[in-house]
Design a protein around this ligand. Structure first.
Ligand code: GTP
Length: 598
């Protein structure tokens, strides 16, 4: 199919607005996939994704569509992740396209994440086609949704397509709009190769596979290629397209979307955003916009049982093969023993990895509270980056500290504005601006420390707005902050895995809250256990877990045996996730208790 009849596009949508369902309908309509195969949703492969209702990684699929003008068109649909943690990947997926479907749920309207992605798409000069979805629902309000698209984004929504990904209404109209309104790719097959990597995966047989959009030139098997960010060379083993499964082709040329396999061992060498060029005839300039993925949130991950250390190491290594943005290195905790310090793009990314370790690798793990990366400027002028509170320098060596800040955009119904302003204030937010979308909804913009966002901000936001608020944020840089290290002592011993870094104004409250919470989660022992919070050796809070008076089984004496068994069983169950610190048994929740507020 000639380049004039290629269309590369993606779908921008807020979580649950119907992106996957719509993608399925497009695949069905173009006969790319039979209805029977449709059973397993195609665009969302991972089981975990389905359960969480989120799209984690961008994928691509190729469709042939016979348009009303009688011609056959090749449509490449590139899927984009729908979560703020993966914004960089979204931007690379958009850079691979000429157009975007903006899908908005007619019962919900525009959300913060939709808006963020639309701005990204506009920056890349994409042709945006508004699609108003779920019009089959009685509560759908397409006119209001159109008004929002015009007022908030400033897009002409007159020819927004009314659709239902459920009933199939509007699907043909969408395909026609893609053909008519999305421009064909430009670029030249005769220029030196430049292919943009917008995603990658690890395949047991092919190794690391790069998903690419060829911008200029051609790429085929046996060609020597060079990764422009690292200068590494590889020989191409296979190129192909997504049909939707990987299908080899002879060559990919300017304008096309496909994959490149080159016997690459590790996805670290197929970095999202990197440019692939010809090793013999390299392009002068890489494509713009490449950034190395930087982990923003760190936590310690330890095997609940020491013997599982090797298994955990293995599992992290395997996950890392397919996830170049996952970071880990060995660390040792006095309390938890041998484990790993892991770095993630954000909290959701962290949750996903923890869940995969537990579910796919069947590991029992203990995780410590997440931390951002602080910059400590020492009195001798050196700067250290601290992602683990244990490594926090002695206060006497510290000149000042900087912490990462974000610009947060929160979209919410007007009636919750008061509650959310309060929340943001509690979290050291600085209000920048408040914009009315219409008489019912507003956008609040705040500058806020990232460390405040990772302390269950999102859950609080949801619960204080009954789920109606949406959040988007971007890292804006570092600012000076007065941070201190808070230590927790249990039975007189500092538990390193419970230490964390907090703003000095909040240290007292947080210290008290954590001591109280620990008192609730630590089971009674045969002796009394003091719990203390301290800053630089000064105790700021104290609680006590009282000693156990009677044997647990005592009350069952004479009682029936099954009850006794059950009790013992329960104790064993509880023990599973216990960690012995000195002579105190700490449950897993203890390590997370530093996280929760109220
Ligand atoms: P993420 O993958 O989580 O980003 O969500 P998504 O945007 O892909 O949404 P998804 O396609 O999973 O749809 C979310 C829910 O809305 C599902 O329960 C769908 O069945 C439902 N849904 C999608 N489109 C329509 C529609 O047009 N009408 C109705 N009634 N329901 C729809």
């Amino acid at each position: 199919i000639p380049r004039e009849r290629i269309r590369n596009f993606c779908i921008i949508a807020h979580i649950d607005h119907g992106k996957s369902t719509l993608a399925d309908r497009l695949l069905e309509y173009t006969g790319t996939i039979s209805e029977r195969k449709m059973q397993e949703q195609v665009m969302d492969k991972m089981e975990l994704e389905k359960e969480r209702g989120i799209t984690i990684k961008a994928k691509a699929v190729r469709m042939i569509y016979k348009a009303k003008d009688g011609e056959e068109y090749l449509l490449n649909l590139i899927d984009t992740p729908g979560h703020v943690d993966f914004n960089y990947e979204v931007s690379r997926s958009l850079a691979a396209c000429e157009g975007a479907l903006l899908v908005v749920d007619a019962t919900q309207g525009i959300e913060a994440q939709t808006l963020a992605n639309v701005y990204l798409a506009l920056e890349h000069n994409l042709e945006i086609i508004p699609v108003i979805n779920k019009i089959d629902l009685p509560s759908a309000d397409p006119d209001e949704t159109k008004r929002e698209i015009e007022d908030i984004i400033g897009l002409d929504a007159q020819d927004a397509i009314l659709a239902s990904a459920k009933t199939g209404e509007g699907i043909e109209e969408i395909l026609e709009a893609v053909v008519k309104r999305v421009p064909a790719p430009t670029g030249s097959a005769s220029l030196p190769l430049r292919a943009l990597i917008f995603d990658s995966l690890y395949d047991a047989y092919k190794g690391a596979v790069a998903f690419v959009r060829v911008i200029d030139g051609t790429i085929r098997a046996k060609q020597m290629i060079k990764m422009m960010s690292t200068g590494k060379n590889f020989e191409v083993a296979e190129v192909g397209m997504f049909n939707p499964d990987m299908q080899p082709v002879d060559l990919l040329e300017a304008g096309e979307v496909g994959y490149v396999a080159a016997g690459i061992k590790n996805v670290i060498d197929t970095r999202v955003g990197d440019t692939i060029t010809d090793a013999e005839k390299p392009a002068k300039q890489p494509l713009p916009g490449y950034k190395k993925a930087v982990p923003m949130v760190f936590c310690g991950i330890y095997p609940a049982e020491g013997e599982e250390y090797e298994d955990l190491k293995d599992a992290l290594g395997k996950l890392r093969l397919s996830d170049a943005s996952l970071f880990f290195e060995p660390e040792i905790s006095a309390a938890l023993g041998f484990g790993f310090r892991c770095g993630f793009l954000g909290l959701l990314h962290m949750d996903i990895i923890q869940e995969r370790l537990e579910r796919e690798y069947d590991l029992n793990i203990i995780t410590t509270a997440p931390s951002v990366v602080f910059k400590v400027i020492k009195t001798d002028g050196s700067i250290v980056e601290i992602d683990n509170p244990t490594n926090f320098p002695d206060p006497s060596e510290i000149d000042y500290i900087e912490e990462p800040y974000v610009r947060a955009s929160i979209m919410l119904p007007t009636e919750y504005v008061g509650a959310i302003m309060e929340l943001c204030q509690e979290r050291r937010g600085e209000m920048k601006d408040m914009e009315y979308i219409n008489e019912k909804r507003v956008i609040l913009r705040y500058d806020m420390p990232l460390s405040e966002i990772i302390y269950d901000f999102f859950d609080q936001l949801k619960s204080r707005t009954r789920g109606y608020a949406s959040l988007d944020y971007e890292i804006t840089g570092y600012r000076k902050s007065e941070m201190v290290k808070l230590d927790i002592l249990i039975n007189g011993e500092i538990v390193d895995a419970l230490s964390f870094i907090v703003h000095k104004d909040k240290a007292y409250i947080r210290g008290r809250q954590i001591a109280e919470r620990l008192k609730d989660v630590i089971p009674r022992h045969l002796f009394e256990i003091p719990i203390q919070a301290a800053i630089g050796g000064k105790i700021i809070a104290r609680e006590t877990v009282k000693a156990l008076r009677k044997n647990v089984l005592a009350k069952c004496y004479g009682g029936d045996i099954t009850r006794k068994k059950k009790l013992l069983e329960k104790q064993k169950e509880g023990k599973k996730r216990m960690r012995k610190i000195g002579n105190v048994e700490l449950p897993q929740e203890a390590f997370m208790s530093v996280l929760k507020m109220d």
